[in-house]
Ligand binder design. Structure first.
Ligand SMILES: [Ca+2]
Ligand SMILES: [Ca+2]
Length: 260
């Protein structure tokens, strides 16, 4: 009787899994670092700023990102700037931005794109060392393919480093966008999974679209079950599972289930 009641209550407690944010777009024209965080790794007190001057400002005379190599004397910058939120990378994710030196004579900038899963340890995945200046009013435009990081939730940003004020003056970056050709609607996966805890079966039913794959791992990450399907509902027999914690990967979304 007690067990019947427990299962009945658990039937009411289902999960709604929300799609995570996958894109952003910043032109910095509001003169705000909202959504971004920085770190002055070389500790000289100078790091990323927002400028709108004709020399150090953004695209088309707007505000843009600026990191200096020269301020009352040569600097040797190591300045980080990155998103305060993580973004779910898909197989179609592209980072798009514009960049330009601030001085056509002192142009030898070096900067890169950085990513991190924890917001602490960053890896530079792309970099550019200027070997010639961009002509006046011309900017470099980059499309960085992030598909090899699909499935990861990443902090994304820029690092200005390994250049100095004897040959460089500062780097300008503007119109930074993370895009994906998939629409948000197509990325949305919403389903119910119940009961939890469960003893004999776990039922998964899609709220929108179809389910295509369920992978079950135990509490130390060992593969327990893998089910390919093409339907909006599945019932997985777990009566042979040992008691404990399991992780159900339903089309890329992970849900923890306790087996009694
Ligand atoms: Ca701008
Ligand atoms: Ca610095």
């Amino acid at each position: 009787m007690k067990k019947t009641l427990l299962i009945a209550l658990c039937l009411l407690a289902f999960f709604n899994v929300q799609a995570q944010e996958t894109t952003f777009s910043y032109n910095f024209d509001n003169n705000s670092f909202d959504g971004w965080s920085g770190y002055d790794a070389d500790g000289d007190g100078y790091t990323w700023e927002l400028h709108n001057s004709t020399i150090s400002g953004g695209f088309d005379g707007s505000y843009g990102l600026y990191s200096s190599c020269y301020m009352n004397g040569p600097l040797t910058p190591d300045n980080y700037l990155y998103t305060t939120a993580t973004y779910l990378i898909t197989e179609n994710s592209i980072l798009h931005f514009f960049h330009c030196q601030s001085d056509i004579v002192y142009f030898q900038e070096n900067f890169g794109v950085i990513i991190s899963e924890d917001g602490i340890n960053f890896t530079e995945i792309w970099s550019k060392e200027y070997t010639e200046p961009y002509p006046n009013d011309k900017w470099g435009e980059e499309y960085i393919d992030l598909s090899e990081y699909a499935g990861k939730n990443l902090y994304i940003g820029f690092r200005h480093h390994d250049c100095n004020g004897n040959t460089a003056n500062g780097i300008r970056i503007d119109n930074v966008e993370l895009t994906s050709v998939e629409s948000v609607q197509e990325n949305e996966i919403s389903f119910k999974i119940y009961p939890n805890p469960a003893s004999d079966f776990v039922k998964i039913s899609a709220v929108k679209s179809q389910l295509s794959k369920v992978i079950v791992y135990n509490n130390i990450g060992v593969l327990v079950d893998e089910i390919e399907l093409d339907s909006d509902e599945v019932e997985i027999n777990i009566s042979d599972y040992s008691t404990g914690v399991y992780f159900f990967d339903v089309d890329g979304k992970i849900v923890k289930i306790i087996k009694n």
